[in-house]
Design a protein around this ligand. Structure first.
Ligand SMILES: [Zn+2]
Ligand SMILES: [Zn+2]
Length: 137
């Protein structure tokens, strides 16, 4: 039996839980992830939607098509603005949890990076990691 994984926003209004196997984490260098994170890139952890649930609060969402042309719905706390997770509407079985929102940051194991062609010069990550110039297939 795996221990449920928990996380939430900065102010604590929105809390979530995940029961299941934690997938690999990935960096995303796309312009949208840069904007929404307020930093150099996004880091998200792939989990199964079936095991993911909101425990308290009600996140707001914003949907926009990314550089790939595919829509992404991004969920965040309406009170403190922390990014929490994203849902790819074309793949309802997947949730991408924003790595920084997890209570236990040691669960994050980045294995790949996407959109390296949009990468900035002011933040470096391991160049040996599996890299995709645009979106991951
Ligand atoms: Zn909050
Ligand atoms: Zn991105």
């Amino acid at each position: 039996m795996t221990k449920p994984v928990t996380g939430g926003c900065l102010c604590g209004a929105v809390r979530y839980a995940y029961d299941g196997e934690i997938g690999a984490a990935g960096y995303c260098h796309c312009a949208d992830c840069r904007k929404v994170s307020g930093s150099a890139f996004g880091v998200s952890v792939r989990v199964a939607a079936a095991g993911f649930s909101i425990v308290s609060g009600q996140p707001k969402s914003y949907t926009k098509s990314g550089d790939s042309g595919r829509p992404v719905t991004r969920f965040f706390c309406p009170d403190c603005g922390s990014p929490l997770y994203t849902l790819p509407p074309l793949h309802p079985e997947i949730v991408f949890i924003k790595a920084g929102s997890l209570d236990d940051a040691s669960l994050v194991r980045p294995e790949r990076q996407a959109w390296t062609r949009s990468r900035v010069h002011w933040a470096e990550i391991d160049p040996e990691i599996t890299s995709y110039e645009t979106s991951r297939i």
